[in-house]
Design a protein around this ligand. Structure first.
Ligand SMILES: [Zn+2]
Length: 362
């Protein structure tokens, strides 16, 4: 069986289990007696609708009706708390609050303030918005999305690849092209800053990118007045670094700069203390002990990864795991992932992601 077929079979098996667990009451039952502490959910874009023929661009986006459903579920089954309350509990009891949930948004997209914040305000749900300060108010695409779009929009018959000095043919079929774009982007996340800059230089010669319509709504960032308005409306703002690098691939002085500068910029613009960080990409290999040490040193108190293992109550407050959301995720799957049973299946997914990222090395 090929790796792709195995992944599809795994997803299908998990979906069947998730539906079964929901309708039998197992997800709810396990959630009630779950040993997990805090559940943290990670969102990216929230949009009115997700194109049905999407080839991967909208993978991490959630449509407004589904987002509303997820918020209703979380607010009825968990204590949805702001990061300050989480921090207080850790400082007072030295453990994560049990049966609580925290909502986070990564990257700082304008669509968060247009579509997600009004829903949250209406339902009285607190949330944490993590911004990459170097992109706030800018027109540039996040570098990971730029790499993806450059492959998708490449006009020539072949494109440079980051794993060699050579080129590979670019398929006209959007599905094959999207597979190549995902593979190149994944590889770019595994290399050092110099190699990455070198590769970006090689593909930026390919001309301008067309970012309009739905893509503009997907990719546009907030400006500082948007960030300030989030704080005015009672939400919290976290650092997502300055330039969204994979911190573990940087020298300690560069990591420190990314952590300090973004914290200072947020504090300067909002007038509030920035004590939380959501690490870019945030998988276990991206958030090393050195990164955690530096985050503590520069004054962060809560840190969020994307390692989706369950947060036991005694977890390191600077390495709290989160569950991700995706455009095609059904409500039973979401509820499954929010339960302890989901934590088990997430452990298997972590292993699969690590294997995929190794095989993405060309
Ligand atoms: Zn990010």
């Amino acid at each position: 069986m090929t790796q792709k077929a195995m992944s599809t079979a795994f997803d299908l098996f998990r979906d069947v289990l998730a539906f079964g667990a929901k309708w039998s009451g197992l997800s709810a039952g396990v959630r009630m007696c779950s040993p997990c502490g805090l559940l943290v959910v990670c969102y990216h874009s929230v949009l009115p609708e997700i194109p049905t023929d999407d080839t991967g661009r909208f993978r991490h986006a959630v449509c407004v009706p589904r987002f509303r459903e997820q918020m209703e579920f979380l607010s009825s089954r968990f204590h949805v708390i702001p990061p300050r309350q989480c921090l207080d509990a850790i400082q007072r009891e030295r453990r994560l609050p049990r049966g609580s949930a925290l909502i986070t948004f990564d990257d700082g997209y304008k669509n968060n303030i247009v579509y997600a914040a009004p829903e949250l305000s209406r339902m009285g749900i607190p949330a944490l918005f993590a911004v990459s300060t170097g992109y706030v108010g800018g027109r540039q695409l996040l570098w990971t999305q730029e790499v993806f779009e450059r492959v998708m929009q490449w006009g020539g018959p072949a494109i440079a690849v980051p794993w060699s000095k050579g080129e590979v043919p670019v398929s006209r079929c959007s599905r094959n092209r999207s597979a190549l774009a995902h593979r190149i982007r994944r590889y770019c996340k595994s290399i050092g800053q110099h190699e990455l800059c070198d590769y970006l230089g090689r593909i930026r010669g390919g001309g301008g990118l067309v970012v309009d319509g739905g893509l503009e709504e997907l990719y546009a960032f907030m400006d500082w007045s948007d960030v300030k308005s989030l704080v005015r409306r009672g939400f919290d703002v976290a650092s997502h670094t300055v330039s969204h690098p994979i911190l573990a691939r940087m020298e300690p002085c560069q990591i420190r700069e990314e952590l300090c500068e973004s914290k200072a910029a947020i504090e300067r613009h909002t007038g509030s203390t920035c004590s939380c960080i959501c690490y870019p990409n945030g998988e276990s290999q991206d958030v090393t002990p050195r990164v955690l040490e530096l985050a503590a040193e520069v004054g962060y108190e809560l840190g969020f990864t994307t390692s989706s293992c369950a947060n036991r109550t005694d977890v390191d407050p600077l390495a709290i795991g989160r569950i991700g959301t995706s455009s095609h995720q059904s409500m039973p799957v979401f509820e499954w992932r929010a339960s302890a049973l989901g934590a088990f299946s997430r452990g298997l997914e972590c292993r699969r992601e690590m294997r995929d990222s190794r095989s993405g090395r060309g």
